[in-house]
Design a protein around this ligand. Structure first.
Ligand SMILES: [Mn+2]
Length: 223
């Protein structure tokens, strides 16, 4: 990573392999237990997926953490298709775990049900954050905790750069915006996931490639 003067190959990494091969019921306790073990060992968990509904289970392993979610969708429904844990209820479940100390960035789709229910979490729209400058500076400034968990739903990125997702949503973020946010927050981060990358929907692997590079940007930015 020439920009950061870091040789990625010198950073010790362990690939835990696939963790989620269980029923939805077992998934929660398996994910939570594994993340708690990793944290107890003083290591940094980096989760790649996969269904975004995994994220609240990861967050449940932390004490004292603020959560930043980058997502095209607000995902603040209480249930979706009868399910409490779904890709459409992620921010709602997360906010319950952390007393609503949550910011969602890159949003360009909110359902009328969510608006009707009210009490929406703090969010910054895709239009605002794409302008860079002040909206990007604001990210992470108003959290209660100095420790940040970052969750990226890959659909936050414009489908021109990341078509390989389950729910593509045009007029999204340019990759450079994610790079800026990751670089700015890397030292405060205590956990990181990149979710909803769907290789079967991808075009020439560009989504996977971008997701991998975002992980590199984090590894390179951390001091
Ligand atoms: Mn989404």
């Amino acid at each position: 990573m020439m920009e950061y003067d870091v040789d990625i190959s010198t950073i010790p990494l362990h690939d835990y392999g696939n963790l989620v091969e269980y029923s939805l019921e077992d998934m929660g306790s398996t994910v939570r237990g594994t993340i708690m073990d990793i944290l107890e060992d003083g290591k940094f968990p980096l989760i790649v997926g996969g269904e975004h509904s995994i994220t609240p289970h990861v967050v449940s392993a932390y004490e004292d953490v603020s959560v930043l979610i980058l997502d095209a969708h607000l995902d603040y429904r209480d249930t979706y298709e009868g399910m409490k844990y779904s890709h459409a209820t992620v921010s709602r479940r997360v906010s319950e775990q952390i007393a609503n100390d949550l910011l969602v960035c890159g949003v360009r789709s909110i359902s009328s049900d969510e608006i009707k229910e009210g009490n929406l979490p703090n969010y910054i729209s895709a239009k605002e954050i794409n302008s860079m400058g002040e909206p990007v500076d604001r990210v992470g400034e108003n959290f209660k905790s100095s420790r940040i968990y970052l969750s990226i739903d890959m659909d936050v990125v414009d489908p021109a750069y990341a078509p390989g997702v389950g729910n593509p949503e045009p007029f999204g973020l340019k990759p450079i915006v994610l790079k800026e946010i990751i670089h700015k927050l890397a030292d405060r981060m205590v956990g990181f996931d990149i979710m909803e990358v769907s290789p079967t929907n991808d075009a020439g692997g560009i989504t996977s490639n971008l997701a991998a590079r975002l992980i590199y940007e984090f590894l390179g930015s951390r001091r």
